[in-house]
Write a protein that binds this ligand. Structure first.
Ligand code: ZN
Length: 143
């Protein structure tokens, strides 16, 4: 029987295999920039991001995950960019700013397509992308 914490919400357990499944789906590279640094056989700075946050009841399933480098994971969770549900296009917030070179490095991905998983069954699910765009992304989007 599942334990129930004091809040009354059933406690959800993280799937320990989530990270590995997501990284495999994306062939061990960042879905935005292609970062695939390894030290021997160990990936470095590559993470499995939840599209709909685990804390917001987002499930530990591959269609709710994207392999992202540490920097793109961080800014994705802050709403600096989002991914459009129909085209898988990456769009950045107009609120993104910084020195010219740093910002330019981010914006080279503006309008580009997400580097998609190796099989369509792993593609990000629209409902999760919609949630991220609605709840996390800092509108308005750059065009
Ligand atoms: Zn990246």
């Amino acid at each position: 029987m599942a334990q129930t914490p004091p809040s009354g919400e059933p406690r959800r357990r993280r799937d320990p295999a989530f990270r590995e499944k997501v990284l495999l789906a994306y062939q061990y590279r960042c879905g935005v920039c292609g970062h695939d640094l390894r030290l021997g056989r160990q990936t470095v700075g590559l993470e499995a991001a939840h599209i709909k946050w685990f804390q917001a009841s987002g499930p530990d399933i591959v269609p709710n995950g994207i392999a992202l480098c540490s920097l793109h994971h961080k800014v994705f969770d802050l709403g600096v960019f989002t991914i459009l549900p129909d085209s898988y296009q990456i769009v950045f917030s107009q609120h993104l700013n910084g020195d010219t070179e740093t910002t330019a490095r981010f914006l080279t991905h503006q309008g580009a397509g997400l580097i998609l998983p190796q099989s369509s069954e792993y593609f990000p699910e629209s409902s999760f992308l919609d949630w991220h765009k609605r709840e996390v992304f800092k509108n308005p989007a750059r065009s």
